[in-house]
Design a protein around this ligand. Structure first.
Ligand SMILES: *Cc1c(COP(=O)(O)O)cnc(C)c1O
Length: 494
């Protein structure tokens, strides 16, 4: 069987895995999706594997037959060379909740899970396609993608990377991590605007004829490091299997038992990867999709209406401050049995009217598997404190949203299926909020890090050590309306 990828909006000819990685997004503005049935895996076999081999098995089901050796080498480089701890994703317990810590990579961000691998997937794909042009990676970030992508792509031959972040929309630590980025092929640009502005400008850049002809002239092409890229999405399937197997290894469940996953969500890539794991045969009962005050996903999963005509809030969980949740388009495509015409209709409506509503039949399927809830800002702090006092586990603001939503879901439904909560950030990424939540005192970011460490004993991630002293190397700031012309000038400078 040839493994081909098409666009959710049906106007892109079939391409293979390598082309999908390099291209990043559908030519019609849709997202690339596998146009084949997912391989069903043998849980007993996968259970025996370490993370590198597990990743190899899972990911090679998405690539051409002869690609497995290349994938193995890529997975070894990403997950087997000391950038992650021995157990790549430790699963801890907070009371009766299993917390899978996705933040032990080189930038202490959950985004490292995929962005440690993406540059390897990109370079192997460029080689397979015998691509001579340089690739310019564009990334819009709500904080963590930026740093993880910069670290992944820095000094990677044949590539350069431009990261756009909202000046008022990322935490102090995240900003400091990005603006101090070293590397000869990296640029970090602050945007007067929010994350959605940055993301939609980047999406527009891919569709721009003007940029396309400039790129052709300068022997370069654009690609994406956001979770619109399949190469961001599928590495995330692996830790669903891994977390599940950790519960089996710890005698918490038996192989074959069904469990729930609770996912703090923004662009919905994380949760969607879980759905892919389920399609491959991982016994997952429900997904609980958690949001902050920007609760557009909660409304969608409870009503079937995606209504972006609403106020955008900046919250203490900024990585989830999103109104345009890109990967939802992929879920809708799957739930509509791959009806790209239908999805294109929805997306046209979203673009023109800011709202669409899925058919009843699609909604019934979605609602059967995906539950959702949200937590307001003040409840986030309360949840951090409560969890710490009751279980001794230190949550960051994003993970606290998942924890709070999960507890509420369990109370409302009586569903006491064992549940893995995906932890998307270290508490040291948002230390002011976490410290204030538990000790009631407002501190500056660096004091909060030190005091939190002193009082809780939870170790500070290596990636954040000495961060205060790092030299600021990137000071450029532009308006959201200038993003496209900035990219053009970068292309022309090559
Ligand atoms: C990116 C991110 C999320 C959202 O993940 P999606 O895959 O976009 O849904 C949640 N929390 C943190 C800390 C993140 O960095």
């Amino acid at each position: 069987m040839e493994k081909k990828y098409i666009s959710t909006r049906n106007l892109q000819k079939e391409i293979n895995f390598y082309q999908a990685i390099v291209q990043g997004i559908g030519e019609d503005g849709g997202l690339l999706v596998p146009n084949f049935d997912f391989a069903k895996v043998d849980l007993k076999e996968l259970f025996k594997l370490n993370y590198v081999d597990l990743a190899t098995e899972v990911l090679s089901t998405f690539v051409p037959e002869d690609g497995k050796t290349l994938i193995h080498e890529a997975c070894l480089n990403a997950y087997g060379k000391g950038l992650f701890p021995e157990i790549v994703v430790p699963v801890k317990k907070a009371g009766d909740v299993y917390v899978a810590e996705l933040f032990h990579g080189q930038t202490a961000a959950f985004k490292d899970m995929a962005l440690s691998l993406l540059p390897y997937l990109m370079t192997l794909s460029l080689k397979q396609l015998d691509e001579q042009r340089e690739v310019m990676i564009l990334a819009a970030t709500s904080g963590d993608t930026g740093k993880a992508a910069l670290e992944g792509f820095k000094d990677v031959e044949g590539t350069c990377i431009k990261v756009f972040y909202p000046l008022d929309g990322v935490s102090a630590i995240q900003q400091q991590q990005m603006v101090s980025q070293t590397g000869n092929n990296v640029k970090v640009i602050g945007i007067h605007g929010n994350f959605d502005d940055a993301q939609s400008a980047v999406k527009k850049a891919f569709a721009s004829e003007e940029l396309k002809s400039a790129s052709d002239k300068h022997n370069v092409f654009l690609s994406s490091a956001n979770s619109i890229n399949v190469g961001r999405l599928i590495p995330q399937i692996v830790y669903y299997f891994h977390s599940y197997f950790e519960l089996v290894r710890n005698n918490e469940i038996n192989l074959g038992d069904r469990i729930n996953f609770c996912v703090p969500s923004g662009n919905f890539g994380n949760c969607l990867a879980g759905y892919f794991a389920k399609l491959m045969g991982l016994p997952i009962n429900k997904f609980i999709c958690a949001s902050n005050k920007n609760n557009i996903l909660t409304d969608f999963f409870t009503t079937g209406k995606y209504d972006a005509n609403r106020e955008f809030y900046k919250t203490n969980a900024p990585a989830m401050d999103i109104l345009v949740s890109s990967n939802l388009e992929r879920l809708v495509w799957f739930m509509a049995d791959g009806d790209g015409e239908k999805v294109r209709g929805y997306m046209d409506k979203l673009n023109h009217e800011g709202i669409y509503e899925v058919d009843e039949e699609i909604f019934v399927r979605i609602k059967d598997q995906f539950k959702a809830g949200y937590l307001s800002e003040d409840k986030v702090l309360g949840t951090i404190k409560e969890c710490f006092n009751e279980t001794g586990y230190l949550l960051d603001t994003h993970t606290a949203i998942g924890y709070g939503v999960l507890k509420q879901y369990q109370k409302d439904t009586g569903d006491n299926t064992k549940t893995v909560l995906l932890s998307t950030a270290s508490p040291y990424k948002f230390p002011e909020s976490v410290y204030q939540a538990i000790y009631g005192e407002e501190l500056d970011v660096y004091s909060a890090i030190n005091k939190l460490n002193e009082k809780t004993g939870v170790p500070i991630p290596k990636a954040l050590a000495g961060i205060k002293e790092r030299e600021i190397l990137h000071k450029k700031a532009i308006d959201k309306t200038e993003i496209i012309s900035f990219i053009k000038s970068e292309i022309e400078a090559l």
